[in-house]
Design a binder for this molecule. Structure first.
Ligand SMILES: *Cc1c(COP(=O)(O)O)cnc(C)c1O
Length: 410
């Protein structure tokens, strides 16, 4: 296959080299992008005591967790398994924020044993927590501010009907419970969902959090969750992180003045840190013109990247090995026996059988939401770090599919 010199490279390494060395389909992560995003956030919030807690569920590979740890990040986790992954990557328990939702009390007890920060999102659990630990273990409480923020209904988590958090209309019961058991509330938390474009929505949420926070006298942090949006297409908007940083910092400083003691401000970006670092590198296996459209079948499917089918998410796709080809209209689909359209009706430089395509913005909620549906192997993961490619997860084999199955003699 003729490859032009315009081929896109990551830190000097071309996707064809990656494909040749590691095969396809493969998730490829550029750690320069992660580090730049992290530093941008630090810069945007430099006027306040900001602590970034990377939301691990976006991309949980140990190597990525370590890159962020090295940058100085803390971590936000949502299951005991993610607690264990974070500990294994080297995060200190005090740097791990555990935000499960509606889990068995056993998970809370385990988290306390691990010594991580426990974020409680409902009143029954808070009561159990109070009865069990009283004032002996600090906790954080998650508030549902009843704000409709976020890209679409599927990713909103802070509206009145949402299952998440303690309703802002139930804060009196919250104060009562805290008082009754002398619970030490060290932090208050909100997370209203993904893809927030509107800065005023952030500020509105923050103000409801202040209203609750002022009723707790011994806080050490406020946690504003996430929702920091990245651009998915060329004409899409991202959260203006600098403007948000400026506005948020002013409000925070004012609140701290009134509150009368220093507070750390925690944020929990997932997508913002790792979405743009990632590409799903696939191969075009078949070009199929039909009376309706022209399909490009690639060697992947919704089992590897479910966001287009699950959220209607747009992911840009480009042809790496024929970048100068004539822009042509395609539907890019996968090999799963379901409709698994990665992108419909998009222009891509002419795709030939065997061309390599990259699906952009695939770092967040890509591999971490992948599955073995249709008994397909999950992709390999490769990280480009300081100009070197590292295989950070090998491609699966049939042994992986059979590993936990128990053979029965029939
Ligand atoms: C998922 C999640 C995040 C991260 O959201 P992004 O949109 O990826 O930034 C942060 N905090 C909590 C509690 C979450 O569940």
């Amino acid at each position: 296959m003729q490859i032009t010199s315009e081929e896109k490279r990551i830190q000097g390494i071309s996707f064809s080299e990656i494909a040749e060395k590691f095969g396809t389909p493969t998730y490829v992560y550029d750690t320069d992008v992660i580090r730049n995003q992290y530093r941008k956030l630090k810069e945007a919030f430099k006027d306040i005591n900001i602590k970034i807690k990377y939301a691990a569920k976006a991309l949980t590979n140990q190597a990525i967790l370590k890159v962020l740890l090295k940058e100085g990040s803390g971590i936000d986790v949502v299951s005991l398994q993610e607690v264990e992954l974070a500990l294994k990557a080297g995060y200190k328990p005090s740097e791990i924020m555990f935000t499960p939702n509606g889990v068995s009390f056993y998970e809370i007890e385990k988290a306390v044993e691990y010594g991580v920060v426990v974020n409680i999102d409902n009143l029954p659990t808070l009561q159990k927590f109070g009865a069990r630990y009283g004032s002996s273990y600090n906790c954080c409480v998650r508030i549902n501010p009843h704000v409709k923020a976020g890209g679409n209904e599927k990713i909103m988590t802070g509206h009145r009907e949402s299952k998440f958090g303690i309703s802002i209309e139930q804060v009196n019961e919250l104060y009562q419970t805290v008082h009754e058991y002398n619970i030490q509330v060290a932090g208050v938390h909100v997370h209203t969902g993904s893809d927030i474009k509107n800065i005023d929505a952030f500020i509105e949420t923050m103000q409801s959090l202040f209203e609750v926070a002022k009723n707790f006298k011994n806080l050490s942090f406020l946690d504003f969750g996430s929702g920091f949006k990245v651009a998915y297409s060329d004409d899409d908007v991202a959260t203006d992180i600098y403007e948000l940083g400026k506005k948020l910092s002013e409000e925070v400083k004012e609140f701290i003045n009134v509150y009368g003691r220093q507070l750390e401000i925690w944020i929990e970006p997932g997508k913002f840190l790792v979405s743009e670092c990632g590409y799903l590198l696939v191969k075009a296996e078949l070009i199929k013109p039909t009376p309706a459209c022209c399909f490009v079948f690639v060697n992947s499917g919704l089992n590897h990247l479910i966001r287009p089918m699950m959220y209607g998410a747009y992911h840009k796709i480009t042809n790496v090995t024929n970048p100068k080809g004539i822009p042509t209209l395609y539907n890019v689909v996968g090999y799963i026996c379901e409709t698994d359209t990665f992108a419909g009706n998009i222009y891509i430089a002419e795709v030939r059988e065997g061309d390599l395509l990259i699906i952009h913005n695939a770092g967040a909620y890509g591999f971490s939401m992948s599955s073995n549906y249709n008994s397909r192997f999950r992709p390999a993961e490769v990280m480009i770090h300081e100009k070197k490619p590292y295989l950070i997860r090998r491609r699966e084999t049939i042994e992986d599919l059979l590993r936990n199955q128990i053979d029965v003699d029939l």
